[in-house]
Design a binder for this molecule. Structure first.
Ligand code: ZN
Length: 456
């Protein structure tokens, strides 16, 4: 090859090189951006977390600004709106080699005070650029417009219910109005929350909550209606409420030799002692706590409207053998071996007596449930549920709608039971309450239905 041939060859190589380099530098891979879809800043502030990355030419800039008004695709070049810069970072690099900075994250606390002059709603404009030659050498830009709401007004609460009497271990209801839609509202008793629901037949933002004073809680614990909006602004309101203390009865339960030999080994959880008294204690504490946790999960799906009307029905022709709230001590061979609070009523009838729904509702559980044996749980709406334990047979399945007095199964002695009986329990929210009030149609009329316009 002569000299001019070499020049041509070199030029060709150079051209191909430049073409390849340009093609690389013109990469169209957009920078990646992780960040919020929407941001709400309340009195307690909010956190803005952004993660940007670009694995080709590297990051050039991350810029976050607040622009007035609701998110609108930008593009129309007009008068640039007054913007507030929150983040403006650029990373060194050049158009030949890009930047070694491939990742960057921003974690910025936003407090409501510093944004006091921003009119809500506004838009958070997050822009991430890389070192590509695209965009007129300005780089690829990933742009996200995030709706920004600044809300420092707590929901206002007006309680509609008047003087309310409730006793320890008992239930109550309260109707109230909220100034806005909330993320959470209801009644707070000490540190226990009872959910609020739309008031059936009420106006928008009219609410009702069933609540309870736990039998073993401090009767002086504050009872307040609470509300929290999406921005995390909270408010509370009290009303005229009288809580009457109620003492818990005590009881002794004798565990027969037969019970210790037959029932205990069947229920003993994995790892339980082989010694019957210790195994019983394990069932009565560890398995019981486990079962209670399961029950709380099951009843979390209570309906937002009442499925019950009037009082609950007690098992027909039954005799009460143990009351609500009894502090029990269990004895084996005259030795105390364990303790528990009895959160239901034990109702004895004849063997394999029909068990019926205490009120209209929907079946949430129809299966074995540890100490409760074959167990049916019904939802009656507004957080009111009933539990039927120790059944010998179950006649319903999960999801079934049942009418009051419809048969659920037959009594038995499955689970932790010494003989054929029904364990009947009522829950309001996550709290066991005395069924006695709910069995009394007059009590339900004056304490619950009086707050339900639909039921009046
Ligand atoms: Zn019981």
């Amino acid at each position: 090859m002569n000299a001019s041939g070499w020049v041509v060859a070199l030029l060709l190589i150079l051209l191909v090189g430049i073409a390849w380099f340009s093609w690389v530098r013109f990469e169209g891979e957009m920078p990646e951006l992780e960040g919020p879809e929407a941001l709400v800043v309340g009195t307690s502030g909010a956190q803005l977390d952004i993660a940007a990355s670009d694995w080709d030419s590297g990051l050039r800039s991350v810029r976050v600004t607040i622009v007035p008004g609701e998110a609108a695709e930008d593009g129309e070049e007009g008068e640039a709106p007054a913007e507030r810069v929150l983040v403006d970072e650029s990373f060194p690099g050049n158009l030949l080699s890009g930047s070694l900075r491939k990742e960057h994250s921003v974690s910025l606390p936003l407090d409501a005070k510093s944004l006091a002059d921003v009119e809500s709603p506004a838009t958070l404009r997050i822009s991430v650029r890389d070192w590509s030659w695209r965009g007129g050498f300005g780089g690829n830009e990933t742009l996200r417009l995030v709706p920004l709401t600044i809300d420092v007004d707590p929901p206002r609460i007006a309680v509609h219910s008047g003087l309310t009497y409730v006793r320890q271990g008992g239930s109550g209801s309260v109707a109230y109005w909220l100034s806005e839609e909330t993320a959470r509202d209801g009644v707070r008793v000490g540190d226990i929350d009872f959910r609020g629901y739309p008031l059936p037949g009420g106006k928008p933002n009219e609410r009702i909550a069933l609540f309870a004073i736990p039998i073993d809680a401090d009767p002086d614990a504050p009872v307040r209606v609470f509300a929290e909006d999406a921005a995390g602004n909270t408010n509370e309101a009290g009303w005229s409420l009288v809580v009457k203390a109620h003492s818990q009865p005590t009881g002794r339960v004798r565990l027969s030799h037969n019970f210790m030999q037959m029932v205990v080994p069947r229920l003993a959880p994995a790892g339980a002692s082989a010694e019957p008294a210790a195994a019983f204690h394990d069932i009565n504490t560890r398995l019981r706590a486990d079962n209670e946790k399961t029950i709380r999960k099951i009843i979390a799906e209570s309906a937002a409207e009442p499925l019950f009307s009037g009082g609950l029905r007690q098992l027909s022709g039954s005799k009460v053998t143990s009351r609500f709230g009894e502090r029990r001590t269990y004895y084996a061979e005259d030795e105390p071996v364990s303790e528990a609070v009895h959160y239901g009523y034990d109702l004895a009838s004849f063997s394999a007596a029909p068990v019926t729904a205490a009120a209209g509702g929907r079946v949430l559980h129809a299966d074995d449930l540890g100490i409760y044996g074959n167990c049916v749980i019904l939802d009656h709406g507004l957080g009111l549920t009933t539990l039927y334990g120790h059944l010998s047979r179950i006649d319903v399945k999960v999801g079934d709608r049942v009418e009051k007095d419809e048969r659920l199964g037959l009594t038995g002695a499955t689970g932790l039971a010494g003989g054929d009986h029904l364990h009947f329990a009522v829950l309001v929210g996550d709290t066991y309450v005395d069924p006695l009030e709910w069995w009394d149609a007059k009590w339900v009329e004056t304490h619950v239905a009086s707050n339900l316009p639909q039921a009046r």
